[in-house]
Design a protein around this ligand. Structure first.
Ligand SMILES: [Zn+2]
Length: 221
């Protein structure tokens, strides 16, 4: 799941349209960004299943980036940071913005829960793990992820009503590109990526995607 996470940012933009989509996309991708860093530091692990050519997905040991307890902590922290960096907004506006960013961060856990195998721990790595394993039916998982992106973008168009062409067509082009890359990357991946290469991509892709989204949305937010 990659493009699908961005759909959550598109949907939640409605709750506080002054938050630039670049920040919402970063919040939506935060778990994977952190996973990339923790893998490089040796604190979390990527595993390559022997039957990767058939399953097309990696498995993980990732209690700090993708556990339920960790997700709640990261979401609470995101609320606090958002609240702190908006001193000129009223108390109510800061709380609202904090909730929007916190919910976007937490949406990553919920969406990953659908697709991952039961490998997402409730607490630490030795606690019970959950995951609905939708990736075991990859065509269905990809169809749902694509539907989520289409829903998210249409919802954004209808409710946020972006006024500039960049915020409409730029974001549309970005979503089409990322969805195509996500779908083809997973469907046709017969050889697993090197673990460090995957980790690096999770660190750097958000900067590129969020930077573009920030630029497209800068006159709207
Ligand atoms: Zn993830």
């Amino acid at each position: 799941m990659f493009a699908g996470h961005l759909a959550a940012g598109l949907v939640l933009k409605k709750m506080e349209r002054r938050i630039n989509l670049g920040w919402l996309f970063f919040a939506a991708l935060f778990h994977d960004f952190l996973l990339g860093i923790l893998v490089l530091l040796g604190l979390e692990q990527i595993h390559i299943p022997a039957n990767f050519a058939q399953t097309h997905y990696l498995t993980f040991t990732f209690p700090y980036s993708h556990g339920l307890a960790a997700s709640i902590i990261w979401s609470a922290l995101a609320f606090g940071i958002t609240y702190a960096v908006l001193p000129r907004w009223t108390y109510k506006e800061r709380s609202q913005a904090g909730w929007v960013i916190a919910l976007t961060v937490f949406s990553h856990f919920v969406l990953d829960w659908f697709v991952h195998i039961p490998e997402m721990p409730l607490l630490g790595d030795d606690s019970p793990k959950i995951g609905l394993s939708l990736w075991n039916n990859l065509p269905l998982a990809i169809a749902l992820e694509t539907a989520l992106v289409i829903f998210g973008f249409v919802f954004y168009l209808i409710t946020v009503k972006p006024k500039t062409n960049l915020a409409r067509y730029g974001i549309a082009a970005l979503m089409i590109l990322i969805t195509t890359l996500t779908v083809t990357g997973q469907l046709f991946a017969d050889t697993p990526p090197p673990a460090n290469g995957a980790a690096m991509s999770w660190i750097f892709q958000p900067f590129l995607i969020c930077g573009l989204a920030y630029w497209f949305d800068r006159k709207e937010a």
